[in-house]
Design a protein around this ligand. Structure first.
Ligand code: UDP
Ligand code: MG
Length: 312
């Protein structure tokens, strides 16, 4: 059993269409780790890339046996790539880093130092104030994090997937049976001692962001449903409010059956009926959404399929 004095760090890097970034990432990690004297391995998870990413990984692993890789049979998404990497990790601790070099590898050495000093079991990277992100992205992420915090108590503002975890947490995560994961919050879930390290997000080293707005919305909805049942309770709340309105209207109708505004009231009844139908359908949608999540979990399909590995 390795101790905290000589523990190997497993660096996990999900990569989708990052052919130009993989060699840069490998070089950057190598230089940081060698300068800091950290024993490490780098696991690149090729998430169904359509470019030469896998060729780059093979080439790097041929040059340096510390670099390993697995390649998915198709694109399974960043979440699957992260968890596949963690399942491969053999180190005494493991860190997740994007392969586009937006998260500075130097921060990894800082995180490792905190872990090695036994000050924390999970060291999280927190972004310094976001500067270069578009207004819509900012608005979207702020709203999302506020919603998530209100509904589930998980505070993720300025947090990301950049973090280092002790072996214990990696094992806990590997043992989790759920299919639909949200790493950012899930890694927090086991508890343990936590510390934060601030870092500045760099520009993407090359290529474009792989996250389309649709992918982001899907991730956000998935995160909310896997950490909170509040939307379901909201449905109950809407039902209670409608019931109170209906009761008030019934009392009014009973007390003033032939009031001069009876005709007008009839029109309003139509409006109320339509509004209720809308609430009902939205409620069905919410219930259906959770049902679909349960269906996905129950099917129990694998979260990823490894098609190729560097060590085979
Ligand atoms: N990524 C992945 N699978 C995906 C989407 C992204 O493995 O389906 C990887 C990508 O290669 C990168 C990291 O996840 O290393 C973060 O993606 P990206 O930089 O595109 O996201 P952004 O920085 O814009 O949030
Ligand atoms: Mg990026």
């Amino acid at each position: 059993m390795e101790t905290r004095t000589d523990g190997m760090l497993s660096v996990v890097a999900p990569a989708m269409n990052e052919q130009d970034n993989v060699p840069r990432l490998c070089a950057a990690i190598r230089s940081v780790m060698e300068n800091a004297g950290i024993p490490y391995e780098l696991i690149v998870v090729d998430d169904g890339s359509r470019d030469a990413t896998w060729a780059a990984v093979l080439e790097e692993s041929r040059k340096d046996p510390r670099v390993r890789g697995v390649s998915f049979s198709r694109n399974f998404g960043k979440e699957s790539a992260i968890f596949a990497g963690l399942a491969e990790a053999r180190g005494a601790c493991a860190a997740v880093i994007d392969s586009d070099l937006q998260f500075p590898p130097e921060t990894l050495a800082e995180m490792y130092a905190v872990w090695r000093a036994d000050e924390a079991d999970i060291v999280e990277g927190r972004k310094r104030a976001r500067q270069k992100e578009s207004l819509t992205y900012k608005l979207f992420s702020k709203t999302f994090y506020r919603l998530l915090r209100a509904m589930s108590g998980v505070d993720l503002d300025n947090m990301c997937d950049f973090k280092l975890m002790d072996r214990r947490i990696v094992d806990d995560l590997n043992a989790m049976p759920e299919r639909q994961t949200f790493f950012r919050a899930l890694s927090d879930w086991p508890g343990y001692r936590k510390k934060e390290v601030l870092f500045t997000v760099a520009e993407r080293s090359s290529g474009r962001s792989k996250f389309t707005p649709v992918k982001l919305v899907r991730l956000a909805l998935g995160a909310i449903s896997s950490f909170s049942a509040a939307p379901l309770q909201l449905v109950t709340g809407a039902g209670c409010v409608s019931f109170l309105l209906a009761a008030a209207l019934a009392i009014f109708t009973l007390c003033f059956p032939f009031a001069e505004h009876a005709n007008e009231l009839f029109c309003w009844t139509a409006v109320i009926l339509l509004a209720l139908a809308a609430i009902l359908m939205i409620a069905l949608g919410v219930v259906g959404f959770y049902l679909a999540r349960i269906y996905e979990e129950v099917k129990g399909r694998p979260r990823w399929i490894v098609a190729r590995r560097t060590d085979r």
